[in-house]
Design a binder for this molecule. Structure first.
Ligand code: 5AD
Ligand code: SF4
Length: 440
C-alpha cells in the first residue's frame, strides 16, 4: 500500500512525520507521489493557531471528495497536536477518519494501520497519555532517507504555560531524551550524509537529559559533546526561551565554531504589562540584558524572534513599546502573528479581546519594520563573504541553494558546487528573503 504524510506546523512535527515515514517504510509500505496516488493518507497536524487547525478540516474535506470519486479503499489517519487536542471534534466533523494518534503515540502508526486494514475498524480514539518517554524508545531505529540539514528532537513538551499557548496541553510536560540516545541518532544521521543538525525542543534550554554517568546533562554540555562528532559541520538549536538562556550557553557559542552564530529567541511582546499577562516570566529589560550577554561572547550573533500582536488588553502604547524594542535589538529575521484564542488556554477567556481589524493593522506595522530590518541585515553582506552549506538544487539549471551560518538562504548559479558542500560565497545582491552570490 502506498502512503503519503502531510506535515503541518513546526519543525518538531516534520521530525515526527519523518519518523512515522521510517516506521511505515520498515513495515513494508511504500511512498506515494501524490494524494491521488496514496491509499493511506496521514495528516500530521498543528493546533498552535486556529488557522492551522482549520487547514486540517479543509484538507479532510478535499480527501472526502477524492474518496467519493474513487472506487478504491482509503485509510485516513490524523496524527499530532490536533489529534491530541481536538480528537473527538475530528471524528465528529470527519467520521471518515480511521486513525487518531496524539504526538506521543506516533510510534504506533504502523501497528494501527495494520490493525485497521485487518479489522476495518475506524474512528478509534487512542490519544490520551502525554509522556514522551516511551515514544522515543519505541520509534524505528532505522532511518531510510535523510537530508544534508537534519533535526533531532532532544526535548519535548513545555512546563511554562504561557497563557496563549496550547503546547503544554497538546505535547504534554517537559521531557528530555538521554544523551546516549541523542548521540547515537546524530551518528546515524552523519553516516547518512547529514552535515548540519538542529536540536529541537519546545523549551530547548531547559534540556536536562540523563548523561552516560547517570548525571543530568544540560544543553551547553550536550552541545559540547555533539561538537566533537567527526563529519558534523554545523549545530543549531531551537526554540530558546529567554528566561533559560545563560552565560554557559553564550560561552559555548564562543568556544565552538560549529555552533552557528544565530539564535531564535522569541520575545512575543515589548511591553512588560503584556509579557506579565502572557506569563512569559521575563521583562523587556531582562531580554535586552540577555541579548547583550550573547553579543558580548559572540558579537556577530544574529537574532531572530517571534511576536504576537493583539494579545488581550494590548493598548496602542503597549504595541508602541514592541516597536521600540524591535528598533533596539535589530533582528535578522522574525515571525509575527495575530493573537489567536485557543481553547483551554487562560488568555482565551481574558477580558479586553482585541478586534481583528486592530490586530491586522498592528501586524502590518510590525511586519513592515521587521522586513526592513531583515533587508538591512542582508544588505550589510553585499560584497562580503559567507560560508554556505548547500542543501538543495535551485529551481533553475546550475542553481544551488543553501544556508549561511546566520541562517540566510543563499543561492548561487555557478554550477560547480554540490549538495553537501560548504563553500565561501561572495554576496552580490539581495532579494526579499534571500541572498544571491558567486563562489569566492
Ligand atoms: N496566537 C498567536 N500566536 C501564537 N503562538 C503561539 N500561540 C499563539 C496563539 N495562540 C506563536 C508564538 C510562538 C510561535 C511558535 O507561535 O509567537 O513563539
Ligand atoms: Fe508555548 Fe510558552 Fe511553552 Fe513556548 S514556552 S511552547 S510559547 S507555553
Amino acid at each position: 500500500m502506498r502512503f503519503i504524510i502531510k506535515s503541518y506546523g513546526c519543525q518538531m512535527n516534520s521530525y515526527d512525520s519523518q519518523r512515522m515515514e521510517d516506521s511505515l517504510l520498515k513495515a513494508g509500505y511504500r511512498r506515494a507521489n501524490s494524494l491521488e496516488d496514496a491509499r493511506l493518507i496521514v495528516f500530521n497536524t498543528c493546533c498552535i493557531r486556529e488557522k492551522a487547525s482549520e487547514k486540517l478540516f479543509s484538507d479532510l474535506g478535499r480527501v472526502r471528495a477524492l474518496m467519493d470519486k474513487s472506487s478504491e479503499k482509503f485509510l485516513i489517519a490524523v496524527t499530532g497536536c490536533v489529534a491530541q487536542f481536538q480528537g473527538q471534534e475530528v471524528l465528529k466533523r470527519a467520521p471518515w477518519v480511521n486513525i487518531i494518534l496524539g504526538p506521543q503515540d506516533i510510534h504506533q502508526i504502523a501497528a494501527k494501520v495494520d490493525e485497521s486494514m485487518k479489522k476495518h475498524v475506524s474512528g478509534k480514539l487512542t490519544a490520551a497519555a502525554l509522556g514522551a518517554q516511551d515514544k522515543f524508545k519505541r520509534l524505528s531505529k532505522q532511518f531510510f532517507r535523510r537530508n544534508i540539514a537534519e533535526f533531532i528532537t532532544i526535548q519535548e513538551g513545555c512546563d511554562n504555560f504561557c497563557t496563549y499557548c496550547v503546547v503544554p496541553y497538546a505535547r504534554g510536560r517537559e521531557f528530555s531524551r538521554d544523551v546516549a540516545e541523542i548521540i547515537q541518532e546524530a551518528e546515524r544521521l552523519i553516516l547518512l550524509g547529514s552535515k548540519e543538525i538542529t536540536l529541537l525542543g519546545q523549551n530547548v534550554n531547559a534540556y536536562a537529559g540523563k548523561g552516560p554517568d547517570g548525571e543530568k546533562c544540560d544543553l551547553a554540555s550536550l552541545l559540547e559533546k555533539l561538537a566533537q562528532l567527526k563529519g558534523l559541520k554545523r549545530l543549531r538549536y531551537v526554540t530558546s526561551h529567554p528566561r533559560y538562556v545563560d552565560e554557559k550557553i553564550a560561552e559555548a557559542h564562543k568556544k565552538n565554531d560549529i555552533l552557528a552564530p544565530s539564535l531564535h529567541l522569541p520575545i512575543q511582546a515589548g511591553s512588560n504589562r503584556v509579557l506579565e499577562r502572557m506569563n512569559r516570566k521575563y521583562t523587556v529589560e531582562e531580554y535586552l540584558k540577555c541579548v547583550q550577554m550573547l553579543r558580548k561572547h559572540r558579537p556577530d550573533m544574529a537574532l531572530s524572534s517571534d511576536f504576537i500582536v493583539g494579545f488581550p488588553g494590548e493598548t496602542d502604547e503597549d504595541f508602541q513599546q514592541t516597536i521600540e524594542l524591535v528598533e533596539k535589538v535589530k533582528f535578522s529575521q522574525a515571525y509575527s502573528f495575530r493573537y489567536s484564542p485557543r481553547p483551554n488556554t487562560a488568555a482565551a477567556t481574558m477580558a479586553d479581546q482585541i478586534p481583528d481589524s486592530v490586530k491586522t493593522k498592528r501586524l502590518k506595522i510590525l511586519q513592515d519594520i521587521l522586513n526592513k530590518q531583515q533587508n538591512e541585515f542582508n544588505r550589510s553582506f553585499v560584497g562580503k563573504r559567507l560560508n554556505v552549506l548547500f542543501t538543495k538544487n535551485g529551481r533553475h539549471k546550475n542553481q544551488m541553494t543553501g544556508r549561511s551560518e546566520y541562517a540566510q538562504a543563499v543561492t548561487v548559479c555557478d554550477g560547480v558546487v554540490s549538495v553537501g558542500d560548504i563553500v565561501e560565497v561572495e554576496v552580490t545582491e539581495t532579494l526579499a528573503h534571500s541572498l544571491i552570490g558567486r563562489i569566492a
